[in-house]
Design a protein around this ligand. Structure first.
Ligand SMILES: *Cc1c(COP(=O)(O)O)cnc(C)c1O
Length: 466
């Protein structure tokens, strides 16, 4: 007799009690597909001489297959990496005001390009442009998909087939994919690098001006710093040189916070207002770095230049949707009250969270962690940590923080990888980092109202055997 005929039929598996409850949850189509896959794989395995699986084993595989297919890919996680604006984890978490605005805009039609006062057609930039001007001192503003798009659109509009003069020390790469020279050539502009890596002077710019020069550009070297014998030309001097030659001076600020975060003990990061006050004609910055909003690229500056940028057909290809604008408007509105930013803008709150508060959270949670790890050959303790701001903002500065260090008791580190994998396998994955032979969980970004959920998650931790 052919052993394959002993495998249950598709219909038989579909009528098993656990499988039919999966159908109720997820629908017949998905479950039937998984049942076929499981039976197909079992048939192959048996043909290769494997043992005949029991019906219960097949049903378990169907359950696992359906779970794998129906779990959303974009899952919320606990960011305990110690990097607040973690690009791979979606950068800034949005404040509640922005979440509510986003939901409202998602759920119903909204006045995206409709002027409610006149009943006529509107402009989607008008959702935020007044706020952006108020907060930066600029004449006009526009919004695109991200700061890379903002820089690209600016160059393509104002410097196509022309030259852009940039200091050699500012030809940066951000996150592997954004390189100033590459963006420049894709935008159709010719890069003229001047000065040296560590020192660039005003005369380097002046000597390279020519009939094809479109603009002078400054790129904020967000993610690295050079120390020692260095010189960069101040923005006001570059602006003056550009204006003497009837050229615009543009600044890619990268992060761009709208309020001086040094008031909260963070290092000073240049603001768009400062760049505009120094004479910049256009400034670009990200929505989801220090600003703490949704992914977006913000362009602010001279009215005539913004008008030209908005007329570029590529603006249409790079524009943002209503969800972004809804969240951005809500976050910008919070900046009108700078005294309470550190309470209301989630990213700012996490960046300014005092170390003592983080340590107190660690003390509350340590017993739960120790319970979860009981029986494993590791020691867990509270340690002082240094968090990073992330996303290339303020690269050399570290924020004093606290969290857990989990170390193997013996020499073998394999147990750390198992714990790290178990933390990632939780329904809301916990993402830490392994450094110098220890698994570190930095508690800076664990919001106080998430502590209970985090403790419950730890209680469910199941560390696999090696
Ligand atoms: C981050 C950054 C960019 C890219 O911004 P995205 O919003 O990630 O597209 C460009 N320039 C500088 C200086 C940056 O720091």
């Amino acid at each position: 007799m052919n052993p394959l005929s002993l495998l249950p039929s598709v219909d038989r598996l579909l009528s098993a009690a656990t499988v039919s409850s999966l159908i109720d949850l997820h629908g017949r189509a998905i479950v039937t597909g998984v049942v076929r896959e499981v039976l197909g794989a079992a048939r192959e395995a048996v043909k290769q001489g494997g043992a005949m699986p029991s019906e219960d084993a097949l049903i378990t595989r169907v359950g696992a297959g359906v779970t794998a297919k129906t779990t959303p890919k974009l899952r919320p996680v606990f960011n305990l990496t110690g990097t607040v604006l973690h690009t791979n984890l979606g950068r800034a978490p949005l404040p509640e005001e922005a979440v509510q605005a986003l939901i409202a805009a998602a759920r119903s039609p909204c006045a995206l390009e409709y002027d409610i006062a006149s009943g006529g057609r509107g402009d989607r930039d008008s959702v935020v442009d007044e706020l952006l001007c108020e907060l930066t001192g600029a004449e006009a503003a526009t919004v695109v998909n991200n700061n890379a798009a903002a820089v690209f659109l600016l160059l393509n509009t104002l410097a196509q087939k022309k030259e852009v003069i940039v200091s050699r020390g500012e030809l940066i790469e951000i996150g592997g994919a954004f390189r100033v020279p590459d963006i420049m050539s894709r935008a159709g502009a010719k890069l003229v690098e001047v000065g040296t890596t560590n020192r660039t002077h005003l005369r380097d710019f002046a000597e390279n001006l020519g009939p094809r020069t479109a603009m002078l550009m400054k790129v904020h070297a967000s993610n690295y710093a050079i120390h020692g014998f260095t010189h960069a030309v101040p923005e006001a001097e570059l602006a003056a040189l550009a204006h003497q030659n009837n050229l615009p001076f543009v600044v890619d600020l990268g992060s761009g916070t709208l309020s001086d975060l040094s008031a909260y003990g963070l290092p000073h990061e240049p603001t768009p207002r400062e760049a505009i006050a120094a004479g910049a004609d256009l400034v670009t910055f990200s929505g989801d770095k220090l600003l703490g909003g949704p992914q977006a690229g913000l362009l602010v500056g001279r009215r005539d230049l913004i008008a030209r940028i908005k007329k570029n057909p590529l603006k249409r290809a790079l524009r943002v949707g209503k969800l972004t604008l809804a969240a951005l408007e809500a976050v910008l509105a919070l900046y009108r009250d700078p005294d309470r930013l550190h309470l209301r803008v989630t990213a700012v709150r996490q960046l300014t969270r005092p170390e003592v508060e983080i340590r107190a959270a660690a003390e509350r949670l340590l017993p739960t962690l120790k319970n979860a790890l009981a029986g494993l050959p590791v020691t867990a303790e509270i340690v002082a940590l240094k968090s990073q701001i992330g996303s290339g903002s303020l690269p050399v500065d570290r924020l004093p923080s606290a969290g857990f260090s989990i170390r193997p008791q013996g020499r073998k580190g394999g147990v750390l990888n198992r714990i790290e994998a178990a933390l990632r396998a939780l329904p809301k994955p916990v993402i830490g980092r392994i450094e110098d032979g220890a698994l570190l969980l930095d508690l800076r970004c664990l919001e106080p109202d998430e502590e209970t959920a985090f403790a419950a998650a730890l209680a469910g931790l199941e560390v696999g055997r090696c």
